[in-house]
Design a protein around this ligand. Sequence first.
Ligand code: HEC
Ligand code: HEC
Length: 384
Amino acid sequence: MLPALRPAPPRQPVSRPRPPFRSGDPLPDLTDAELAAFAAGRQEFQNRETPQGGLGPIFNQTSCAVCHFQGGLGGAGLITVRHFGRISPEGFDPLTSLGGSLLQAQAIAPAAREFIPRIANVVAVRQPTALFGLGLIEAIPDQTLLALASATKPDGVRGRAHLVIDPVSGAERVGRFGWKAQHATVLAFAADAYRNEMGVTNRLFPVENAPNGNATLLALHDRVADPEDVVDPATGKADVDLSADFMRFLAAPPALPADSRTESGRALFSSVGCAVCHVPELLTGATGSAATSNKPVPLYSDLLLHDMGRLGDGITQEQAGAREMRTAPLWGVRLSAPYLHDGRSPNIQSAVTAHDGEGAASRDRFNKLKPADRALLLQFVQSL
Ligand code: HEC
Ligand code: HEC
């Protein structure tokens, strides 16, 4: 046996595989049936849709994998999407009747291609998030997030659970996925992405997007009956279910081994106030799967919406306001540069200095750190 060269990490959460590990791998402890579902989902996640199979008429890309690949299949990505809308004294209008708020930038026929309407005065860029560990995030009980929201926090930090109607169950749930915490379940987000990123209608989102709201153009170019994604009798699953299985069983990236520098960085991360929102660890509840039940989830997020001041993206989505953004989970953050919803920050330091609103107090404390301490804190974040 080799002698230990580094001090042992304080603990090794069971839900994160130890290195060697390639991101894109499945969670440890999956049953054979779950592993098979992961493998089938992995395949569908990479499948390129075609117009005959339901792609379009308007869409952004042809497969999930095109946008989610960084650091391993299912990671973040560099292809951004755009939302648009109009802000006026009456409030935010997502310009739904003109095809908003999400722009579909491509079309199966040039005549159907969407553009940003001239009346829009807000355009927000969003980059793809990493999908690692989503099954664990999904399994965190609503109660946990509601309790976090009502807890008293320092620095004027509030934090609000985003209550959304989950299209899967029809029930009100605490949203947790996406930059605005706009979906509560992996399946709901998958189905949303099939329709809104690829133009593939499905049982949860059965209505095709009309190009800039134009029903005539839609009728002209939409040749496949809706819903386009249907259950395959052989497997009992539709494509949305397969992709959801892949994401649900996708492991979180393992933290790098801790050492005395990262331990000092961890202490600074707390004392500066980062951990008020980037909560180091939450616990899952009971799910149908041993791989996700009652596990610690070292995600470094409270999954709540915070008023981020000037960092907000200006888009109102479901119940999330223009300045409200979900605390971005920081596990695996070293694999997903550039940072922030619009990818404006090439590195972690620049992402932190862009924090505003409820994040301003900890940002100011971060900026006042001695350069050596700042470096320790950043090294810690890079190790998550
Ligand atoms: C054109 C690029 C693009 C394509 C194609 C795409 N996504 Fe995404 N994905 C994004 C962006 C951008 C976000 C962040 C969206 C937001 O919050 O507004 C995202 C976020 C997500 C999230 C939320 C994850 C989290 O961290 O909370 C899930 C789940 C997801 N995508 C699944 C999929 C699936 C499944 C597919 C294929 C059906 C897919 N995506 C296709 C760009 C894309
Ligand atoms: C008030 C809550 C809050 C506090 C306090 C806070 N953050 Fe954040 N953090 C957020 C939110 C919300 C986002 C997502 C912002 C966006 O891009 O819309 C974010 C994003 C980030 C990102 C970018 C992640 C990515 O994937 O793009 C990093 C890195 C980060 N925070 C680190 C820190 C550090 C370090 C501190 C302490 C100095 C800190 N944060 C304090 C709420 C907070």
